[in-house]
Write a protein that binds this ligand. Sequence first.
Ligand code: HEC
Ligand code: HEC
Length: 273
Amino acid sequence: MRLLSQLFLVTCFASTPSLAWAANTYSVNSLVLAQEGRAIFDHTPQRASKYVGDALSCESCHLDKGRKAYAAPMWGAYTRYPRYQKKAGRVVTFAQRVRECFIFSEHGHAPPIHGHVVRALSAYASYLTYRHGTPYGEYRFLVPTSYTPPGTGYVPPLKTTAGSAVLGRAEFRARCAVCHGVNGQGGRTASHLYAPPLWGPRSFAQGAGMGKPAMAARFIWENMPYGDGRTLTPQTARNIADYVDSHKRPKPYQAIATLWRHPSQIASRTGAQ
Ligand code: HEC
Ligand code: HEC
């Protein structure tokens, strides 16, 4: 909060009114919205409860509040859209990509495209882009699309053979269970979830990006064990990813195609907002 308001003051007073000023300054409204977006990003089940069906926040996977390189950081993602996405079979905007993570990764329902949740999360991503040194932030229409700073997305596909869930089980117990639990359900203290569930009804739904072992292996190799990334061999990361993937997870409530339907049509199909 304090950091954001200080930043606002600095950018306000240090700039002169010019195009550079326009490209470097945030309006108070945008900053407030970005702040709300950060709160939703960190506490998604609490702050966007209507649209979330599991125990995961955006930050469970997009680590360090969406800032960590090679954990699909928002400062990289924001400038990457609109882009063609194979899963959707069409060109997808940033807002639609956010809504998709609600359906699969949050095992919930896509919030309205022009609603507060999507706008706040987009404002936060835009702000991170600006903070990261990509100079256009909310004025991204000034630059070409599809600019991807290094660290965007994940590390390149790992060179491994197909994973072994059997080996992965032992490796999971040795390296992951201390936080995520032997049963993969994560852990909590009285007030705080300190490691999120990796499978079962409180984790992400079928069809989520993290549910593809090759993709999960890239995330795990770089980022896990938490705070100790790049210590597993790529093959171990892949085996563990296969073991994690061998468990049951819930079916999504919405199909990806519903992202392009009018909300009233979706309500009649799923009974949700
Ligand atoms: C279970 C883990 C998980 C959770 C929780 C999650 N995401 Fe994602 N997200 C992913 C993965 C994995 C990808 C990359 C998928 C791919 O490229 O196919 C991704 C991709 C994205 C992208 C595109 C990134 C890029 O570089 O193109 C955005 C934007 C995004 N997520 C936003 C969100 C938001 C906002 C939330 C919270 C509402 C969220 N995600 C929750 C796993 C997750
Ligand atoms: C020191 C504790 C710790 C260890 C050990 C650890 N993790 Fe995590 N893991 C976390 C935390 C904490 C998060 C969520 C990060 C956040 O919210 O900022 C997380 C997130 C994840 C996620 C994305 C969220 C989800 O629920 O799917 C996956 C996948 C994951 N860890 C897999 C692993 C694997 C595989 C290992 C073993 C190689 C491992 N972790 C070891 C603490 C740990």
